[in-house]
Structures are given as structure tokens and as C-alpha cells.
Design a protein around this ligand. Sequence first.
Ligand code: ZN
Length: 134
Amino acid sequence: MSLEDTELPRTEDEWRVRLTPEEFRVLREAGTERAFTGEYVDTKTQGVYHCRACGLELFSSDTKFDSHCGWPSFDDAIPGRVKEIEDRSLGMSRTEIRCARCDSHLGHVFRGEGFTANDTRHCVNSLSIRLEPR
Ligand SMILES: [Zn+2]
């Protein structure tokens, strides 16, 4: 399910009625689900992960890897679908990632950790995405 651009909510109140309270907290208030609790942490199913808010395709299961960090991790995003924003909250300098289409919070991206050849870890909340199995 992918929303048409004309169907995208324009206010936070419109988002609030579309999402569960937990989804709203993560997607629209940049919350973080507890480590190792998300439904996709260990998922190996092949498919495409969509933005849970607007349905845009964000990550292929081909880029998912075991980071053991407690959240689904992808070493690449589908080009142009994820935007990066500097995040200086919690006294740290991190890079927040959001859906390029509906501006919903996905998680953070880390580089230089050496997990994969691409050397990138998109650390994503399960609540921010939905898997469409292939
Ligand atoms: Zn979206």
C-alpha cells in the first residue's frame, strides 16, 4: 500500500489518526523502540521494506544484515528514498534518517564501523517500516 501524494497527511493530527500511538511516537516524534523488541530485528524474509507511514519503498532485504545492535540494519537504502539530517540531541552528533517523501523518522545512519563492504549501517526502527515479502 502506497499513498498517493495527494493523500499524504499534512498535519500531525492527521498522522495521529492514521498511525498507532507507538508508530506515531517513532515516526512523527522521532522516538526509538527498545532494542531487540522490534518485529524485524532478526527477519530474513526476502522482500522490500516500505515506509510504514506513506508506503514508499525504502530498503531491499538484500541489504539487511546482522549487526546485533538490536534494530533492523541495512547497509544501503534504495537511492533517493532516505534523507539524512544532522541530529545533535542527547549530547551526541548523529545522522538521523527520514523518509524522503513524508519526512517520517526512520532511525539513524552510521558509517565507518566495518560491518559490511559498504561500511554503512542504517539502524531502523521496525515500527517505521513494513515488509512486503517477495
Ligand atoms: Zn514515508
